[in-house]
Design a protein around this ligand. Structure first.
Ligand code: PLP
Length: 290
């Protein structure tokens, strides 16, 4: 029994669907021993996956980037996502997919013949509510102490776990991580600033995980007539931003209105956020009505 989860919920493990409470893996799984695996999280609204193609593209990129070959074609991944959503009976939910290099004797180098472990579960998703949307979140800055392959959606999340705990310890919602004087990202989100009606985000490179909302926000900004620039964003620019925002599958887009204990701009969600939020909500409605 695992506390605080629905042990009767249905999960997928290596080709089988079974109760979460009955799903077991070997202690020699390389995900457990080395954190040797990748994951992705696909949000769904009213039972429909949002941006599934982009999430599955990233899943396949992550697998390729650490040389894990799984005997699953694109259609199999799509079926896994949609089938697990329908088995869950949930409307708004998160589909978590994890693939590890599988079970082998403990040795750092890739084993010759391990079979990847494929796991999938679906959890209820409570969308960010009015308070978060209207009052915004708080954040503090911390140094980014993670490795230099942040573009891989690795299950080795110790750096992100420590970053998130730094937020909890500081009594705030999120941290903004900085490397060599420049913004990278949140503990589990991408971070954006607005200055003079221009949206800025750190460039896509090995220092950040490119969220599926990265391209989405570019599209929403273009639709809303907000110019967008991907370029290094300095500590000072964040300090002087008119607006700060974060995006992730679970947070969608939310404003950060308190940063290092100071109000950001007016201290209220700003006009760039409002435009992007409107576009985001519309994208969800379009999916639900398709
Ligand atoms: N950056 C990190 C480190 C993350 O963990 C996440 C999401 O979990 C993101 C960015 C945002 O990615 P997405 O928009 O695909 O959820």
């Amino acid at each position: 029994m695992i506390a605080d989860v629905d042990n009767d919920s249905i999960v997928y493990l290596n080709g089988e669907t079974l109760r979460l409470g009955d799903a077991k893996i070997s202690v020699l799984d390389r995900g457990f021993i080395f954190g040797d695996g990748i994951y992705d999280v696909v949000p769904a609204y009213s039972g429909r996956p949002f941006r599934m193609d982009e999430h599955l593209d990233r899943l396949e990129r992550s697998l390729a980037s650490i040389s894990i070959q799984v005997d699953m074609q694109r259609a199999d991944w799509e079926h896994l996502v949609t089938d697990m959503i329908s088995r869950s009976g949930l409307g708004d939910c998160m589909v978590y997919i994890q693939v590890t290099r599988g079970v082998a004797a403990r040795d750092h180098a890739f084993p010759a013949n391990s079979k990847p472990t494929v796991f999938c579960m679906v959890s209820p998703f409570v969308r960010p509510g009015a308070v978060q949307r209207e009052q915004g979140l708080s954040a503090v800055s911390i140094p980014d102490l993670r490795w230099l392959r942040c573009e891989i959606k690795s299950i080795s999340l110790l750096g992100n776990v420590l970053a998130k705990q730094a937020a909890v310890d500081a009594g705030v919602d999120e941290v903004l991580q900085f490397r060599d004087g420049f913004l990278s990202e949140g503990a589990s989100s991408n971070v954006w600033i607005a200055k003079n009606n221009v949206l800025l985000a750190p460039p896509r490179n090995n220092l950040i995980l490119e969220g599926i909302r990265y391209r989405l926000l570019e599209e929403l900004a273009a639709q809303a007539g907000v110019s967008f620039e991907a370029r290094p964003v300095s500590t000072e620019e964040v300090d002087q931003a008119d607006e700060i925002m974060m995006t992730s599958a679970t947070k969608e887009i939310l404003p950060i209105t308190t940063y290092n204990a100071n109000p950001v701009g007016s201290g209220k969600p700003g006009p760039v956020y409002e435009k992007l939020r409107k576009g985001y909500d519309q994208a969800i409605r379009t999916l639900e009505q398709a």
